[in-house]
Design a protein around this ligand. Structure first.
Ligand SMILES: [Zn+2]
Length: 429
């Protein structure tokens, strides 16, 4: 890109470093914890009011009827759009405003946005309010630069990414907010590290397995059939057969971190028997049901039909071998792996900007989890989408989550340069 444009953009962004930090702090202070989906409206309106003041046309969309939506916890999304003086492509920055619960182990207040040693601390600092703030500063710098900018800039703050995105990007994509010709290029400032360009993710299958038994008096368990012991047998078989098999399967996708370059399984939860009752004593019963939720992450080289059949085969074998073993299995959620080509315009423009701003080669990576790109791809049918943002990948969902101010400033420059190249067509060269 031209030296003058770059100098102007970098100058504006450098001069707004304190504003960028303050914006990140303000966003962290909204406790947008999901579930249940707290403070969405206040956080969305904060973003919307700021951008309306900058001449954006601002819309609020409530995802009525989606999981968790209620008058108490409305799924509110904000979309801000600013059209340039001439027609041209639309570059859209999308960030999720929800965060996961703080959890234990914090040494700072997770919702105060404390700044120490060039780091902004707080739940959602890396994932991904620091990324949203950097995108806002990048877009505002473009608008204030006086550079000739055709086309359209959009910024959205969306709900529920942490719980699947149904009340956020999925809902908006179904209504056409993430499709051509309205939108051409999307950058999602998820925490991918400041020099990483994320071009895809592994697949996901969540399922609930229930083992079935028969209730009886706990003093005579031989008259019953213990569902929890059956579940123990399932876990033993997972340890013995399934986990070693998954660990031996490797992908050619550049998934980070390295440990996620293989198939994985997490046992999300196990519940059986009587629920915890701290008030009183349990009664003596043999449990007749035990439920386990599994979270299987699969590779682009694996087939989801075989992924499911592999688990069923273990359960069916136990059914044949173990007396009284019976089970049910229920699909909860699935997403196929995605991979965008690294020579698409948005990936190329972002990579070029990383080289320029940071002076090093970008790393093309795939996410170990999934994020809202899946909805933009599958529902919106928009392929020109990547994740790129300043947050530190390994800090997502951890206690004492933070983001580096320096990374936010650099990523704002990268995002501004990439958007400039995409709007002016200079990314093609
Ligand atoms: Zn995130």
């Amino acid at each position: 890109m031209e030296r003058k444009a770059k100098r102007v953009l970098h100058g504006i962004i450098d001069s707004r470093k304190d504003e960028l930090v303050a914006l990140t702090q303000d966003l962290i202070k909204f406790p947008t914890i999901n579930p249940p989906g707290d403070a969405y409206q206040q956080c969305a309106e904060y973003i919307g009011n700021r951008l309306a003041g900058r001449g954006f046309e601002v819309k609020y969309v409530r995802a009525r009827g989606t999981p968790g939506d209620s008058d108490r916890y409305p799924r509110i999304n904000v979309i801000a759009r600013k059209e340039g003086p001439r027609p041209g492509p639309c570059v859209h920055f999308n960030g999720h405003i929800d965060v996961v619960q703080a959890g234990a182990g914090w040494t700072v207040d997770p919702f105060a946005g404390e700044v120490h040693d060039g780091r902004v601390y707080g739940r959602g600092s890396s994932d991904m309010k620091g990324g949203i703030a950097a995108a806002i500063i990048a877009v505002e710098a473009l608008l204030d630069s006086g550079l000739d900018l055709p086309g359209v800039l959009e910024i959205s703050g969306t709900a529920d990414e942490e719980s699947g995105g149904y009340g956020g990007v999925a809902y908006l994509a179904e209504k056409g907010w993430f499709s051509a010709p309205r939108v051409d290029h999307v950058i999602i400032p998820e925490p991918i590290n400041v020099d990483g360009v994320c071009i895809g993710h592994r697949g996901v299958w969540w399922a609930e397995i229930e083992t079935l038994g028969r209730i009886a008096h706990g003093s005579m368990p031989f008259y019953g059939n213990c569902a929890i012991r059956h579940m123990g047998a399932v876990i033993t078989e997972f340890e013995r057969v399934l986990l070693p098999a998954l660990g031996a399967r490797h992908t050619d996708m550049p998934v980070v971190p390295d440990g996620a370059r293989q198939a994985t399984l997490n046992i999300n939860s196990v519940h059986g028997g009587q629920s915890d009752n701290p008030e009183g004593m349990p009664s003596p019963c043999v449990p007749d049901s035990c439920r386990m939720v599994i979270d299987r992450r699969f590779l682009i080289e694996e087939d989801i039909v075989e992924v499911k059949a592999e688990v069923r085969a273990i359960l069916d074998r136990l059914h044949g071998e173990r007396e009284g073993f019976d089970y049910r299995i229920r699909d909860l959620f699935e997403v196929l792996p995605t991979l965008t080509e690294r020579d698409r315009p948005v990936a190329r423009a972002t990579a070029a900007a990383i080289r320029d701003v940071l002076g090093r080669e970008p790393e093309f990576v795939c996410s170990p989890g999934t994020y809202d790109q899946k909805h933009i791809d599958r529902i919106g049918k928009l392929k020109d989408c990547i994740a790129y943002g300043p947050g530190i990948l390994k800090l997502a969902h951890q206690p004492d989550e933070y983001i580096l101010v320096e990374d936010m400033v650099n990523s704002a420059k990268v995002m501004a340069q990439a958007a400039y190249a995409l709007l002016t067509g200079s990314a093609q060269s």
